[in-house]
Ligand binder design. Structure first.
Ligand code: ZN
Length: 172
């Protein structure tokens, strides 16, 4: 897959006959292979301690330097909760169990990565902490973390629409 203006090559037969077929499908005119660019699942945690919300500064594109809600993409065979527990451990070395996570809502998002636009559906969970955690950042992905007072939160500092909508709903 490459950006829409480039030639698209079939991942099955390698020919340059891949053409868009409807909103999210690409069909190979040579071998008939059809690739569906479906929405991917992702999970995020609104982590609250002492009235403040944990936000991460992104170390990578897209939106490097902007703030993000902890979380990430769901892998094969994972639930949203399992993916989120895994991501929180990978990104922050924060250990949580699935039962600590309370589902809130989901919002769609678009994620431009290396010139390909991915569509996601981001499920958000609330995680209330009773003690301040010791966080060890995965520095390849996260450059800093902040406990943000909702009163001083500027939504323009956030990387993604889904996160802005989630925090607006949560704080509204
Ligand atoms: Zn093909």
């Amino acid at each position: 897959m490459k950006k829409a203006t480039d030639t698209l090559y079939c991942v099955k037969c390698g020919s340059d006959s891949l053409v868009k077929d409807g909103e999210k499908a690409y069909r190979c005119g040579h071998c008939g292979f059809t690739y569906f660019h479906n929405a991917a699942a992702a999970s995020g945690a609104i982590i609250v301690f002492n009235g403040k919300i944990l936000l991460l500064e992104r170390a990578l594109e897209p939106s490097k330097g902007k703030l993000d809600i902890p979380g990430g993409f769901v892998d094969y065979h994972e639930s949203n909760e399992q993916a989120l527990s895994r991501e929180l451990y990978e990104e922050l070395q924060l250990s949580v169990s699935d039962s600590d996570l309370s589902y809130l809502f989901s919002y769609p998002n678009e994620y431009l990565y290396k010139d390909v636009r991915y569509y996601t559906v981001d499920s958000f969970f609330e995680l209330i902490l009773k003690a301040e955690p010791t966080l060890i950042l995965q520095q390849s992905e996260v450059s800093n973390f902040y406990w943000v007072d909702p009163k001083t939160l500027n939504l323009d500092d956030l990387a993604f629409d889904s996160c802005k909508r989630a925090l607006t709903s949560y704080l509204g």
